[in-house]
Design a binder for this molecule. Structure first.
Ligand code: AMP
Ligand code: GLY
Length: 423
């Protein structure tokens, strides 16, 4: 079959790398893609939110399956755009409906969903500028630190964790009354602080049955020891050592099953990935967020650990055979280390020539922000390249990722040398 992947990051390169290996894959296209995806498929210069051009391309190239990488087109309703279109309605789109995407698009929606279906999560209340005073009172009833979350999508910046009550009140006002994060913060969710170690579990569902993908942990801060500004993710490991079979069974019972069943009960169409961000509070998993897509860079460790044919699994979502498909995972550990541009996540320069990629032998080189400029690979984003390695243990795999990281050069290159330090 002909496949189209939407997106341009390391996540999409990892998906493309895997799908290109499938015997069912005829032609593979990535829109807009990067210099890495062009090595395993054909890049198409169409933006992920340009639904009209996506439609035209799908019809012209006989695409049968579309895999949506980032959340934006999902929150913008690409699923219903397909289902309501006579020519597109039979094409398999991997991703939730617009309503399902609200699990990520609205923190308040996600919280209401979790409470409705008894899914463990932090206590919360939601506020707007109309009940700001109640927000202050709620903050006074909590203990520090205070967790404030912009309801809508805020490019990963919408969560504030503050130690001082007055500062929390000031920030709440800035968010709801002064549009600190634009309309994304006209509603703010205030929630109880959960103290514990974070991990993520990934699920793929056809809306009826589900399969659990490998767990992973990412490293969001720019600085070693988890310090400094938040980034999209500086590295990841899979599996998460403390998330053994018994722990995952608990997560399945208390969180995954009620989530998939909750979607069904609420009549929310969902055929795609669910990324569940958890905090492990003294052995008890609690949900801190849902994402309606795979994580980046988590995909760069989760997908390579899948031994089964991923496209075959995705095909099953479209043709009703998903529940019969096998999902085999390697026991090996996978790690990824992200090389980023100097200055990221603040201002950084693009267009730096990248060298040494061909010298990497022990890792898979997943491109994130790169472009091919007349045969020269150049940096084209904050996160540039993810180096994924396997090992019997996480330590073995990390050694390979770090050694590969030294082989690649570009001006301003930076990476965290302590991925996995806390495990
Ligand atoms: P989110 O965008 O909801 O994943 O939040 C971003 C980050 O804030 C998470 O990865 C956690 O590190 C942290 N965080 C979110 N909610 C809480 C909470 N209730 N307690 C403690 N930390 C949190
Ligand atoms: N790495 C976190 C995310 O993809 O949201």
């Amino acid at each position: 079959m002909n496949v189209l992947i939407l997106g341009s990051g390391g996540r999409e390169h990892a998906f493309a790398w895997k799908i290109a290996k499938s015997s069912s894959c005829n032609q593979l296209f990535i829109a807009p893609g990067n210099a890495g995806t062009a090595q395993v498929g054909t890049n198409v210069n169409i933006g992920v939110n340009d639904f009209a051009s996506i439609k035209e391309f799908i019809l012209a190239e006989n695409i049968e399956l579309v895999l949506v990488g980032p959340e934006d087109p999902l929150v913008n309703g690409i699923y219903s755009f397909f289902k309501e279109d006579e020519q597109l309605k039979n094409i398999s789109l991997i991703g939730p409906s617009k309503e399902g995407a609200q699990l990520e698009g609205s923190k308040e929606f996600a919280k209401e969903f979790m409470f409705r279906h008894n899914i463990p999560t932090a206590k919360y209340q939601a506020f707007t500028k109309d009940n700001l005073a109640d927000g202050y009172t709620f903050l006074e009833s909590l203990e520090a630190p205070y967790v404030l979350k912009a309801d809508g999508l805020a490019a990963g910046k919408g969560v504030l964790i503050l130690n001082d009550l007055q500062e929390a009140k000031d920030e709440l006002k800035a968010m709801v009354a002064d549009a600190k994060f634009g309309t994304a913060s006209s509603t703010v969710v205030i929630e109880e602080f959960l103290d514990g170690i974070e991990l993520s579990v990934f699920v793929i569902t056809d809306g009826d049955s589900y399969k659990i993908l490998p767990s992973a942990k990412d490293y969001k801060r720019i600085g070693e020891g988890d310090t400094g500004l938040n980034t999209g993710g500086m590295g990841a490991i899979s599996p998460v050592p403390f998330a053994d079979r018994f722990y995952i069974e608990k997560v399945e019972r208390e969180i995954i099953k009620p989530t998939v069943e909750g979607l069904k009960k609420d009549n929310i169409e969902y055929k795609g990935f669910i990324f569940i961000g958890l905090i492990n509070v003294k052995g008890e998993p609690k949900v801190i967020e849902y994402n309606v897509r795979m994580g980046d860079p988590e995909t760069e460790v989760v997908i390579p650990r899948i031994k089964s044919d991923l496209l075959n699994l995705l095909k099953g979502i479209g043709d009703g055979t998903f529940s019969e498909k096998d999902l085999n995972i390697t026991d090996e550990a996978a790690t990824t280390v992200m090389l980023v541009s100097g200055g990221y996540p603040e201002a950084y320069e693009k267009g730096k020539e990248i060298s040494g990629i061909e010298q990497v032998e022990e890792s898979i080189v997943f491109h994130a922000g790169t472009k091919n400029d007349n045969g020269t690979i150049k940096t084209n984003g904050g996160r540039v390249i993810a180096l994924t390695s396997f090992g019997e243990t996480m330590e073995d795999a990390l050694e390979k990722s770090f050694s590969s990281a030294e082989k690649i050069s570009f001006e301003g290159k930076y990476y965290r040398k302590d991925i996995g330090f806390d495990l």
